[in-house]
Design a protein around this ligand. Structure first.
Ligand SMILES: Nc1ncnc2c1ncn2[C@@H]1O[C@H](COP(=O)(O)OP(=O)(O)OP(=O)(O)O)[C@@H](O)[C@H]1O
Length: 390
């Protein structure tokens, strides 16, 4: 088991991780989620003794990593697949790691087989593709047959077959009773791989719960409704009828509507009463991605803005009809994603059960006065909110 208590890490004026407390238990895959720069890699580095906490502590099986006897046999990790000596053959790279930990050479060939790199075992890793590098990093993590495994973005660069393989590998490692802690930005993949989630934003714990609980705590089911594309007035009529009856209606990119606050039969009756034909009326269960977007939308540092193209737009050819601007998820539509669960009344995220641990004495919360993320501003580049604004 991995246990963090009040874990805090500062780099000068920058607080990367603040007062983080959680446990990663054996027997399940635990997903580690958070927006870019939220502190996931920093947390993993502290777990592995590569960075020292400024406050708090993190232990594996009760010991800080550096005090674990023969740590590489107990803990395997993939943090940065590029952190290999590019001039070395893949096999030699693993052999060096094995020899440092008293692992027999035949284990090297085993793990090369497990990750599917037998054919390129004697090729220099600097010629490896991103996916091949990931596989080599996973081989290194598996080398000591450890009980605890950490993977930072393991599917980065893998092809679909590789992604499926990693998913099954993680699950089988957990099914053997191992502790598997894995970070990823691929929510669809995380939904299929992890049973439990730890979610952080700006270095702080936002959620520590099962995937199912996380989705139901951060989103509500909704209905998808579509009227005939040929008659936009029907859509407007239906929107008015549903809104008047107390429903919340949001337009979708394909011309459909997502409706919350009204059960499906009522939507059907209201459509009938307004003389609107329906092409679709379907129940929709929110996805992990939608729940995640809803929870973390206030903790995102790097937000894309609409490309105004600085007057560089091409003139439309004569007779061409300009396409209507449909809403793009995440752009200029704060909270577009899955509606909030009814009991929370629009609260942007659910806190984990049990209050977060108190901050370390004398350790002021650097995020206490953090403002809400600004609405998207017209600028053609990714923006980073300045440190001074916090
Ligand atoms: N060595 C360092 N010195 C200074 N700041 C750092 C250092 N390492 C990380 N940071 C800062 O700490 C914050 C957290 O970074 P971290 O890499 O842990 O985030 P992350 O959640 O892993 O991000 P991503 O999802 O983009 O990989 C960032 O603002 C980053 O710039």
């Amino acid at each position: 088991m991995i246990e963090a208590v009040g874990l805090t890490k500062r780099y000068g004026a920058k607080t990367a991780v603040y007062n983080l407390s959680f446990q990663v238990r054996p027997g399940t895959v635990t997903g580690f989620l958070g927006p870019n720069g939220s502190g996931k890699s920093t947390t993993m580095r502290m777990i592995l003794g590569l960075d020292a906490p400024s406050h708090g502590q993190v232990t594996i099986g009760g010991y800080p990593y550096r005090k674990l006897p023969n740590a590489p046999r107990q803990v395997g990790a993939l943090l940065d697949a590029k952190a290999v000596h590019g001039g070395r053959h893949a096999r030699n790279h693993l052999l060096c790691l094995a020899q440092l930990s008293g692992i027999p050479a035949r284990r090297v060939d085993e793990v090369l087989g497990v990750v599917g790199l037998q054919e390129v075992a004697r090729k220099r890793s600097k010629g490896f593709s991103l996916g091949m590098g990931q596989r080599l990093g996973i081989a290194a993590a598996l080398l000591g047959d450890p009980q605890v495994l950490l993977f930072d973005e393991p599917v980065n660069g893998l092809d679909p077959e590789g992604i499926l393989w990693v998913r099954n590998l993680m699950k089988s490692l957990a099914a053997e009773g191992r502790t598997v802690f894995v970070s990823s930005h691929l929510m669809s993949e995380m939904a299929l791989t992890a049973e439990h989630l730890i979610v952080i934003g700006r270095g702080q714990l936002l959620a520590d719960m099962s995937v199912g609980d996380f989705i139901s705590a951060n989103s509500a089911d909704f209905a998808r409704v579509r009227t005939p594309d040929t008659d936009p007035q029907q859509r407007e009529k239906l929107t008015a009828a549903l809104t008047e009856a107390g429903g919340q209606v949001l337009p979708e990119q394909d011309g459909g509507l997502r409706v919350t606050g009204l059960p499906l039969p009522r939507i059907s009756d209201l459509a009938h009463g307004a003389d609107v034909r329906l092409w679709e009326l379907s129940p929709h269960q929110a996805s992990l991605e939608e729940a995640y977007m809803r929870m973390t939308q206030g903790a995102v540092d790097y937000r894309s803005t609409t490309d105004q193209r600085a007057g560089l737009q091409q003139q439309l050819p004569p007779g061409a009809v300009p396409q209507p601007q449909l809403p793009v998820p995440g752009q200029g539509q704060h909270g577009w994603y899955a509606p909030p669960p009814p009991q929370q009344g629009g609260q942007p995220f659910a806190m984990p059960q049990g209050a977060p641990a108190a901050p370390a004495p004398g350790d002021a919360n650097p995020y206490a006065a953090a403002p809400q993320a600004p609405a998207a501003a017209p600028s053609p580049e990714m923006t980073k909110r300045s440190e001074e604004s916090r």
